[in-house]
Design a protein. Sequence first.
Length: 181
Amino acid sequence: MLDRGGKKWRNDGDAGVALASTIETCFAECQARVRLPVRLYALVDALLYGPGEPAERPPATIALFDGTPDASLADAGPWLIDFADAPQSVQQSLFAMGASAEGVSWLISAYPFPALADELRSRLDARMPDSRIALLRFYDARLMGEIAALFSFTQRIEFFAPTFDWLVQINGELTRVHPHA
């Protein structure tokens, strides 16, 4: 059920249908709110996608580690998936992840697929106070809420600029991490 007063939604019906209708409702609301053509993307940690199966990149997927020094880990790192272009089996896997403790991040953006992947790729490294570089695991839905809470106002604006909405779905609960519009 959509809670218009807050930023969390929970739908306790049949997992596949309920989770699909919940994220699709949010996506439709965003489409009505903005005047640009927007797309729905899923951001997942590939290690959590299809646990127990060999990591095979599904169609309509860009691995964010591609083109980086960590390219050899691309099939075990963050994947951005264009939801509308993904096969139904991939969409169902994403709904299953959203219903589980692993979770999935849903991004609503007007950026074209490759451009959004480039923007997210540029956010993978974070400079620590002692000047060391660390991997910012924003692609792990279980961590994204806590990461976002650590950002200053300016950091939030900069980080979330390519998205209109960034939501995480864990155990069937959809939480808006950041609305941009």
